[in-house]
Design a protein around this ligand. Sequence first.
Ligand code: MF3
Ligand code: CO
Length: 290
Amino acid sequence: MEKLGRNDHCWCGSGKKYKSCHMAMDEKIHHYELEGHIVPRHDMLKSREQIEGIKESSVINIAVLDEVAKMIGPGVSTEEIDKLVYDVTTRMGGIPAPLNYEGFPKSVCTSINEVVCHGIPSPDRILQEGDIVNVDVSTIYKGYFSDSSRMFCIGEVSEEKKKLVQVTKECVELGLEQVKPWNFLGDMAQVINDHAKANGYSVVVDIGGHGVGLEFHEEPFVSYVTKAGTEMLMVPGMVFTIEPMVNMGTSEIYIDDKDGWTVYTEDGKPSAQWEITVAVTQDGHEVLTY
Ligand code: MF3
Ligand code: CO
């Protein structure tokens, strides 16, 4: 941490004196650090202006998913979803973040049934009655990134798949309750993992959430299988995703070696995921995408 004098300008760019801006917060963070906890660097904390920018990006992100919700159903191909995501995002002045991201070929991820995440839209994959599908939309607007995903049940879906989708949503909501300053990322992970396990499900270990806002994927990596009281301290200004992948069977996964992207459950059983972007505020949290 920078060694700022009490009367120096605060590191956050507010123009205020350090002592009347972030000094008390930094002292508190430092106290946790001395106790051996992982704490965020200043560059992981977003300013008010940056959060406003991420919120503008989130408006597009949510609008895109609302449009997907209107058109998705039996007989719709995942390619049509991809086209809609591209069209709505660009019409609103945004850029779909997945497009060309590390070589990803499409504007959105569509992950059906036993596909855990990073499914690639295709004209050959037509949604059918009984499918559960995650549509993961990530948006860039004026350089700011937002990220969220929803599950859609296509037509009549089996009770056991419906329950997986519902419990996964509850996992995100329970995790969100843990997001407040001076809690730990592990507090959130613990309630998510506990709720999944209590329903006989497992949470994916190797893929998780992330800081987001100025880049698509920022530090910290956000696990949903770690323990309460561990992992990074939550501090006002942090912005990250809550996006647990919950599997009906084993947590083991593998990546399609032909396309290098599609992630499947090892046992072929269904997987569900919901994703929101959340900011830690002075007294709790603010949901930026849902
Ligand atoms: N949207 C995913 C996430 O929630 C990341 C997808 S990367 C992509 O983090 F390249 F597949 F789009
Ligand atoms: Co994400």
